[in-house]
Design a protein around this ligand. Structure first.
Ligand code: GTP
Ligand code: MG
Length: 256
């Protein structure tokens, strides 16, 4: 009886130690996720400001929609293992750039480059790396523009630079990538060569569609900027093309 009570006590102590250990680890993980979530919020706000600026300057918004996500703990461990990195919090912070991910879906191809230009000019988002998979699509056929960035996030304990991955793509590029991802998921092993080939063909079709639509839509922003430059030079406003409704503030004030 006495022996049994000692054993119970021991295992209870052990379980308390374990529980504390797990709780401590869980707290660290929650802190990390808070850090990445805050970075996402900072970047989302920045994108919203860029979007408002576009709307104000060009009466045109190149952003169809934005998606954000935090990588799940399972995916984090899977990726660390796959890349041969240690499974620790430090390794996660140092080796993975896409724990916080933002996807910006634009209307036309030129809009993507305009977005990149806006990020380039931004002083509160630091660009660490640019990957242009539109000019150089991946072997799979994948195309998108990727930015690895860092944003300073203020916490009570100080300011931290947090990394994130921004993927900028058109609706057609997003359509292809989302479905290819689902198709890949269906096969637990590598995709059969025939499926790979067909997916690549689909990506070429999506790319053709993008180029055709971009041609039809034209480079709305560039055209508008050219109009503005023309107006400045000639003083007389040039007849505006459909869809270009500039915000002529001065004229509105004059007419008040
Ligand atoms: P990862 O180990 O996948 O992060 O590769 P990386 O660090 O070299 O980055 P890369 O720029 O190649 O890709 C990062 C992200 O782009 C992935 O996590 C996917 O979201 C997306 N991506 C890259 N290649 C493909 C592809 O072939 N198909 C799809 N659907 N998405 C892709
Ligand atoms: Mg990635």
């Amino acid at each position: 009886m006495e022996k049994e009570s000692i054993i119970n006590q021991d295992s209870e102590e052990e379980s308390i130690i374990n529980t504390n250990y797990i709780k401590e680890k869980e707290r660290d993980f929650k802190k990390l996720m808070l850090m990445y979530n805050s970075a996402l919020k900072e970047i989302e706000t920045k994108i919203q400001i860029i979007s408002d600026e576009f709307q104000m300057l060009y009466s045109y918004n190149p952003i169809e929609h934005i998606k954000t996500r935090i990588k799940s703990p399972e995916s984090i461990v899977k990726k660390l293992k796959k890349k041969g990195y240690p499974i620790t919090y430090n390794s996660l912070v140092n080796n993975l750039n896409d724990i916080a991910g933002i996807r910006i879906i634009c209307s036309f191809i030129p809009d993507i480059y305009k977005m990149v230009e806006m990020f380039d000019k931004s002083t509160d988002i630091n660009i660490i790396e640019k990957k242009d998979y539109i000019k150089n699509p991946k072997e799979s056929g994948y195309s998108s523009y990727h930015l690895i960035v860092s944003v300073p996030v203020s916490f009570a304990s100080g300011i931290m630079d947090v990394k994130a991955e921004i993927q900028i793509r058109t609706i057609a590029m997003d359509f292809w990538a989302s479905l290819e991802h689902k198709i890949k998921y269906k096969y637990s092993e590598e995709l059969p060569k025939s499926v790979q080939k067909e997916l690549k063909e689909c990506s070429k079709m999506a790319n053709n569609l993008d180029r055709k639509m971009s041609k039809l839509g034209g480079n709305l922003i560039e055209e508008f900027e050219q109009d503005m430059a023309y107006n400045k030079k000639n003083k007389e406003p040039k007849a505006l093309k459909a869809g270009h409704v500039p915000f002529n503030f001065k004229k509105i004030i004059e007419n008040l």
